[in-house]
Design a protein around this ligand. Structure first.
Ligand SMILES: [Zn+2]
Ligand SMILES: [Zn+2]
Length: 256
């Protein structure tokens, strides 16, 4: 069984906690150390409870205070060589370089880093398993690759980016260059891409789908929920959305 919660999701900061047995992984640290401590306390944790930090890529909403956190608490940061180079200001206490599609273990957790099309140096997103259940984090991707569908197949929990509604993005206040970046093939997944991913993947084991990394300017929760529900067969399915301020509380991959 995997337990997981989000401490916040969106362009102002991301952090996810994944717990397998006594192993607790922090995936991304897009907050200050003080803010992360405050958000961990909300889920009855402190940094001393963390086993390691995984960083997906060097954008500030993900790498944030991973360096200071690792130095203050002696934590090892797992990240790709490209992210490490791009994050040169963000000195880590200990680093373990990882390669996309070379799974590794951290205590009780099996971690599979995989590539996504995103405009950073060497981004990796993560599938994490306890041997029986599989949680897939899939954000910060400009389009759905075939590899992403394979990674999502048979997930028990899928944390899937629903960044924007294309019409809202185009009508919104962002400058044209930023609009092009977000909507481009190496930007962020629009709601309809989340629908597409759900339609293409093998959903036989899927128990949790949570919409992630919503744009506060260019999306609405109701639109993201509708896109996820459509991907799940347009049923009145209970879909959930992670928020910037709250993330979402503890969930587990165990059967209800
Ligand atoms: Zn991001
Ligand atoms: Zn990013």
């Amino acid at each position: 069984m995997i337990r997981f919660c989000s401490l916040g999701s969106g362009s102002s900061g991301n952090a996810l906690v994944v717990e397998i047995g006594q192993t607790r992984l922090l995936v991304d640290c897009g907050f200050s150390v003080q803010e992360l401590e405050r958000r961990l306390a909300r889920v009855q944790l402190s940094p001393e409870h963390l086993s390691a930090v995984l960083v997906t890529h060097e954008h500030a909403d993900h790498i944030g205070a991973a360096g200071p956190l690792s130095r203050r608490y002696g934590l090892t940061v797992y990240t790709s060589p490209g992210t490490r180079i791009a994050a040169r200001d963000n000195r880590f206490a200990h680093v373990q370089e990882i390669q996309a599609d070379s799974p590794f273990e951290i205590d009780d957790a099996w971690v599979h880093p995989y590539t996504v099309p995103h405009d950073s140096r060497e981004p990796t997103q993560f599938a994490i398993s306890d041997g029986a259940h599989r949680l897939v984090l899939m954000t910060d991707a400009g389009h759905i690759s075939r590899h992403m569908v394979e990674i999502a197949d048979q997930a028990h929990a899928l944390l899937l980016e629903c960044n924007h509604d294309p019409a809202m993005l185009q009508a919104g206040r962002y400058p044209p260059s930023l609009k092009r970046r977000i909507a481009g093939g190496y930007g962020h997944l629009p709601n309809h891409a989340a629908t597409e991913l759900l339609q293409r993947m093998d959903r036989t084991r899927l128990r949790h789908v949570i919409g992630m990394h919503l744009s506060t300017d260019n999306n609405q929760e109701a639109l993201a929920r509708a896109a996820l529900a459509c991907g799940l067969g347009c049923a009145t399915h209970e879909t959930e959305i992670a928020t910037q301020d709250e993330g979402f509380g503890w969930r587990t991959t165990a059967a209800a």
